[in-house]
Design a protein around this ligand. Structure first.
Ligand code: FEO
Ligand code: CA
Ligand code: CA
Ligand code: CA
Length: 661
């Protein structure tokens, strides 16, 4: 969900002085980290080192675009590239689905159509196990709904059952087959046997240590082991075994009336920590469905806030909420892997002053037996990050019986810890971050990147002040932290870290682009979702640049290594009101899939600020494709589109296959 940082005015807490202190500490630490990085590189035995790019060759070769002002209702891409809408909210994907029209919406039809507010986009090649760049499955999260842009004259106080049910059906996840035609353009395949809609009404299993916990028992489910629906699916990640992890983020807003639970009931404190509304919330589906009314179903909200694993290659499979990974406002869940097949799953909890997590499964990835991997995420160790001011850090285990995580402090079992992950992390003294969003491992340089969107409350009265990892008070533009796991082992319990980018206008004295000359970078504001290309460059989409830096959201590319490190350049700009999600490449990186989420947000059908993509006052969240006019690799096809691209082939699939015995 867009959580625009709308605070205004200048900070009132001595930015200059604080900033100077923090910068001193941070820059002196850089010297230390550079020295230790050199030492690490010299002794690295990991196969990852073989994939590192030449020191100064990041491969990026495109002409950057300037940012667009926030009222510009157009898409812009770098010269030499073509954009196309691939699939829009309401496009029919299942048999019986009809083309969307504003007057003929129904829940039954929406269940056969592409959902609203597309966020995560994953390309999974067809058939399974191939590296096919031309045909695959797109898995797309549908995070939330904007009823004021879906229905004419919408009024929450006059919400109808049909409007509620259409929104329920517009949430969740879509799986849709896509293919590249001989002319190089992409289309989705209506009625493919792989196509699927998972909605806020689809039966989903709860697995792992918290399944069956008394707090998960409802009148619908006396076993505490299944639930109807997945909510607020924001970003996500693909696993090496071809499943998708989808993060349930702001699930709290779907529930009403937590104030009816007595404060003496321990469930009430938990609801408060997760922000379940005490009165009526933002969607008010409880007016037609009791499960969203906490007064009637006090445990239903505990069945949400999990990471959901789905198998897009099996349209009959039951999605699973993996409770071992903990419960929070999951931005995403992304994997990292060691050469021996041991894994880590990184997860950000997107709330001001919340935490960054890592889950290490007990088992290993088995590249020769897909079925053996399908329940890997049901057992393992969950950790939360502590960032020390000296550039070191620890992964603190959230393990029952250890430290303060005991019955004396209200934790009677591991399941209690998982349901109340935030309180357990509070008890351990984890580092309060500036809205942890995408948190991803870069298989090329072996480092892990934590994207922090913003936090205007940092340093506000009564709130946590700046620290080395969150160094700016009133952090309106966000930042990106670079983490090196000890010995490049993704299961390590210690790490070192440094700040990669402090976003903001280059003229802002507190912005910092890895030391790159700021007169040569584009303006990044409110970084959110990232992906890495096969040379290891980071591509970063933004959510909330309009309030952070007064520009439309966009997509940017930035090298992480060599003399171009920090040279961030804008590749794409979205329409008014939209954030940029996905981002995702096909396997040969000649196509970029982007989600244009909530175009026109802050407008209404009656007073639209965007009419994209159809020219109607109903803007439609859509996934687009971007290809180079010369068919070359995205971002590397030259500034005119005439230059031939030259890069090694082989997708991420090849990469981890190469790493494994
Ligand atoms: Fe759904 Fe944290 O963005
Ligand atoms: Ca968002
Ligand atoms: Ca997001
Ligand atoms: Ca990502």
């Amino acid at each position: 969900m867009t959580d625009r940082d709308t605070s205004i005015g200048t900070p009132d807490h001595g930015v200059g002085e604080l900033w100077g202190d923090v910068l001193d500490r941070f820059l002196s630490r850089r010297g230390f980290l550079k020295a230790s990085a050199a030492l690490g590189a010299a002794t690295a035995a990991s196969g990852l080192a073989l994939n590192a790019p030449a020191a100064d060759a990041a491969g990026l070769d495109f002409t950057p675009i300037p940012g667009d002002p926030p009222d510009a209702d157009r898409l812009v891409v770098a010269p030499g590239y073509r954009m196309q809408v691939l699939i829009r909210w309401g496009d029919p994907i299942l048999p019986g689905g009809e083309p969307w029209s504003p007057e003929r919406q129904s829940a039954e039809m929406q269940e056969r159509q592409f959902g609203y507010n597309c966020d995560f986009v994953g390309y999974l090649p067809l058939p399974y196990g191939s590296n096919n760049p031309n045909r695959g499955l797109l898995v797309v999260n549908h995070e939330y709904t904007n009823p004021e842009l879906m229905f004419a004259n919408f009024s929450l106080s006059r919400l109808t059952r049909e409007q509620a049910d259409i929104q329920i059906a517009a949430h969740g996840i879509s799986v849709v087959e896509v293919e590249r035609r001989p002319d190089g353009t992409w289309r989705y395949v209506p009625n493919s046997p792989y196509n699927r809609r998972i909605t806020a009404n689809t039966p989903i299993q709860l697995t792992g240590p918290a399944a069956g916990h008394p707090w998960l028992v409802t009148s619908q489910d006396p076993t505490g082991s299944w639930v109807l629906g997945t909510l607020n699916n924001c970003a996500g990640g693909k696993t090496p075994w071809g499943t998708v992890l989808s993060g349930e983020e702001n699930f709290n807003g779907y529930f009403d009336n937590a104030g009816q639970i007595p404060t003496s009931d321990p469930r009430r404190a938990s609801m408060n920590r997760y922000g379940i509304p005490t009165g009526m919330g933002r969607y008010q589906w409880s007016r037609y469905h009791d499960r969203f009314d906490v007064a009637k179903e006090p445990n239903e909200s505990f069945k949400h806030g999990w990471v959901v694993e789905i198998d897009p290659y099996d349209p009959t499979s039951t999605p699973k909420k993996r409770t071992a990974l903990g419960r929070r406002k999951n931005e995403a869940a992304t994997y990292a892997i060691n050469p021996d097949g041991r894994l880590a799953i990184y997860i950000g909890d997107d709330e001001r002053f919340d935490y960054a997590y890592k889950f290490v499964p007990t088992g290993r990835f088995n590249p020769n037996n897909r079925a053996a991997n399908m329940d890997l995420l049901d057992s393992g160790t969950l950790y939360v990050a502590k960032f020390n001011d000296d550039g070191t850090g620890q992964w603190l285990p959230l393990v029952w019986g250890e430290g303060p995580l005991t019955p004396a402090n209200g934790f009677g079992s591991q399941a209690d810890i998982l349901i109340n992950t935030r309180q357990a992390a509070d008890a351990l003294g984890a580092t309060k971050m500036d809205r942890p969003e995408d948190f991803e491992w870069n298989p090329v340089n072996g480092k892990v990147y934590l994207v922090l969107t913003n936090n205007s409350d940092r340093g506000a009265p009564g709130r946590a002040g700046p620290d080395a990892a969150n160094p700016r008070p009133n952090n309106r533009a966000g930042h990106i932290i670079e983490i090196t796991e000890a010995n490049n082992d993704v299961t390590a319990t210690t790490f070192t870290w440094n700040i990669f980018i402090l976003a903001g206008r280059p003229s802002d004295p507190t912005s910092w682009y890895a030391g790159y000359p700021k007169d040569r970078v584009s303006t990044l504001g409110a970084p959110d979702n990232i992906v890495f290309d096969q040379l290891g460059n980071m591509w970063v989409g933004t959510d909330g640049a309009s309030s952070a830096v007064q520009l439309n959201d966009g997509l940017f590319a930035v090298p992480l290594e060599g003399s171009e490190r920090g040279h961030l350049q804008q590749f794409f700009s979205a329409v008014a009101g939209a954030e940029v999600c996905g981002p995702e490449f096909n396997t040969d990186e000649t196509t970029l899939f982007l989600a244009v989420q909530h175009p026109g947000e802050d407008g209404t059908v009656e007073n639209p600020i965007s009419t994209w993509p159809d020219g109607l006052p109903y803007p439609r969240p859509s996934v687009i494709t971007i290809v180079a006019e010369n068919g070359g690799r995205i971002g590397m096809a030259g500034s005119t589109g005439r230059q031939a691209a030259s890069r090694p082939t082989g997708g991420l699939g090849d990469l981890f296959r190469n790493l494994l015995p």
